[in-house]
Ligand binder design. Structure first.
Ligand code: CMC
Length: 428
């Protein structure tokens, strides 16, 4: 069976044959179809890239119909159970599970790059007292590029290694600084004796004690949440990382762009939106009326439901639901959980959601855990950005060395006026 597609242009009768490879056809193959000699050629129109593969990638596999997520071929369920975030970050970036020596070296490198330049403290001071921590994170990660001019050498493999370590090591520090700034608390420096998640909790919550003792259950819960959020193939922020990175700025600037994409309520801001939604519902008994208002369009969307790729239960949501029980044993049960469970129950039985294949996504339960851990809702997208940095970096590194990639530059269908003559202001 030939792996090709034959297309006839009914405007001219011309027939072309384009190759099919990996279930895709090259969009450039259509350019040869022209309605006249001076026609630019046929383009494909795909706003929001709903059916366009923009790259080849070996990092993350998703089968949205069945609800499968794998990093480098390893199922998310196994990684969440057996791995750590740092090991998973190595896997995502380098393509294989590290051996003991590789993991030790990687952990050492990340641990010893957690400090940030003192001037970052001054930036933090410059933010208004109620600045959103995601705004602070985006700004300070962009600012890192000014401290590391060597990061501009994106074609130098060694430079890419150093920036990779710096980014993964420093994001929790910037995030914790933003949290402490929000609370008017003195900033806490990294503690290199601690694991990645324990050091993060120390920078967040340490007060006057000489050493912060992280609760091991909560430390593990944060690590699992980090594993679940580490990558998700070509989502909006990964696409931003690749698109911005394709003009070859330093990766700190590209990461700031990716984090900005993550900030939106339809992406990483969704867990914040879920919490606000649950709080506004207020009680289990109000759930049916709320679902009704969602269906009629008056109540907005059911946040934390639906996904561009998953048309089944998001596998990450299942793991988070389980992790929530362990967290609640320590922190006490978050009363919003009952509202969430009732929402899920009613929505999954409702035709509107069944027909559209709308299931809980990763954000539906993550906010409830974050709140139980004591985080204000503003911190939720920040908690997503820290682990997603591994994914952004992996996507960026893959893009930089991909010979098929060029500067990302889509085409448009122009719908405006043409060939007008300038009218002097007195005659308009
Ligand atoms: N509540 C109610 N209706 C919905 C929802 C929802 N959460 N999501 C989709 N729909 C409806 C939508 O109105 C449309 O209905 P119709 O065909 O009658 O017009 C249909 O389902 C298809 O929706 P769509 O907007 O074409 O789907 P999409 O693939 O463009 O959007 C989405 C995906 C995630 C943006 C969307 O489902 C959504 O807005 N969900 C709520 C926000 C959310 O939870 N985002 C987190 C996503 S997961 C983590 C991440 O990526 O960061």
């Amino acid at each position: 069976m030939p792996e090709t597609l034959t297309v006839t242009d009914n405007r001219t009768g011309k027939t072309i044959e384009v190759p099919i490879s990996d279930g895709t056809i090259p969009a450039m193959g259509f350019r040869q179809l022209k309605s006249s000699a001076d026609d630019f050629g046929l383009m494909v129109y795909d706003p929001a890239f709903t059916n366009t593969a923009s790259c080849r990638s070996a990092i993350t596999f998703i089968d949205g119909d069945v609800g499968i997520l794998e990093y480098r071929g390893y199922p998310i369920e196994e990684l969440a159970e057996k791995s750590t975030y740092l090991e998973t970050a190595f896997l995502i970036i380098y393509g294989h599970l590290p051996n003991a020596a590789e993991l030790a070296e990687w952990t050492h490198n990340i641990t010893y790059h957690t400090f940030v330049h003192e001037n970052i403290r001054k930036f933090m001071d410059g933010f208004r007292y109620d600045a959103h921590p995601m705004g602070m994170l985006i700004s300070t990660v962009a600012a890192l590029s000014t401290f590391y001019p060597d990061a501009a050498n994106v074609d130098d493999a060694r430079s890419r290694e150093i920036q990779t370590v710096r980014l993964i090591a420093k994001m929790p520090t910037l995030a914790a600084f933003a949290y402490r700034q929000l609370h008017g608390l003195p900033l806490v420096y990294p503690d290199n004796d601690l694991s990645y998640p324990a050091n993060f909790t120390s920078m967040l919550w340490k007060m006057s004690e000489a050493k912060y003792a992280a609760n091991p259950v909560l430390e593990r819960a944060i690590d699992i949440l980090f594993i679940l959020h580490a990558d998700h193939e070509q989502n909006c922020s990964a696409n931003a990382m690749r698109a911005v990175g394709s003009s070859r700025p330093d990766p700190f600037s590209a990461t700031a762009a990716a984090a900005a994409a993550l900030y939106g309520p339809l992406h990483g801001g969704a867990n914040e939106a879920v919490l606000r939604m649950l709080m506004s519902i207020g009680d289990k008994k109000n759930v049916p009326a709320f679902v009704k208002s969602v269906k009629s369009g008056e109540g907005g969307r059911l946040m934390g439901f639906g996904h561009r790729v998953y048309k089944n239960y998001d596998p990450r949501a299942k793991i988070i639901k389980r992790t929530a029980d362990q967290v609640f044993e320590i922190t006490g049960r978050n009363p919003l959980l009952d509202i969430a469970l009732e929402l899920e129950r009613i929505a999954l039985e409702d035709d509107y959601f069944i027909q559209r294949k709308l299931y809980p996504n990763v954000d539906f339960y993550s906010g409830i855990i974050y709140q139980a851990l004591g985080f204000p809702v503003e911190m939720f997208p920040v908690l997503f950005a820290i682990p997603r940095t591994a994914g952004w970096v992996a996507q960026w590194r893959e893009m930089i060395v991909d010979s098929e990639q060029k500067i990302a530059r889509p085409r448009q269908v122009y719908t405006g006026d043409r060939k007008k003559s300038y009218v002097p202001i007195g005659k308009r």
